[in-house]
Design a protein around this ligand. Structure first.
Ligand SMILES: [Zn+2]
Length: 102
């Protein structure tokens, strides 16, 4: 299950942030390597495409946060990626159905 965080900027623009498991250090019982592998297999399974499709539905820009510290909207607002990862709103994460199910 790929983790996405849909955010609306104050300017009205929507962003679909993709948060790789690598950045989610609070996943219990998983080493960094295991999380990296999970990211890789999710990519292979087309889950990122699922998130991109979801982003399109909301007319949101898809942003893979990767190793980004922050992301800035053209309007000037800065999204702190670590804050994004840690905020409880992350529970709005969506389970993306497998490609063939869409
Ligand atoms: Zn903005």
């Amino acid at each position: 299950m790929a983790t996405g965080c849909l955010k609306k900027c104050k300017c009205g623009k929507y962003y679909q942030f993709f948060i790789p498991k690598q950045r989610q250090e609070d996943i219990s019982g998983m080493s960094k390597d295991e999380r990296r592998e999970l990211d890789f297999s999710e990519k292979m399974d087309g889950e990122l495409e699922g998130l991109e499709i979801f982003a399109r539905i909301f007319d949101a820009k898809f942003v893979d946060v990767g190793n980004l510290e922050a992301f800035q909207c053209p309007c000037g607002r800065v999204f702190d990626i670590d804050a994004l990862i840690n905020e409880p709103q992350r529970t709005t994460s969506v389970v993306i159905p497998k490609k063939e199910a869409l």
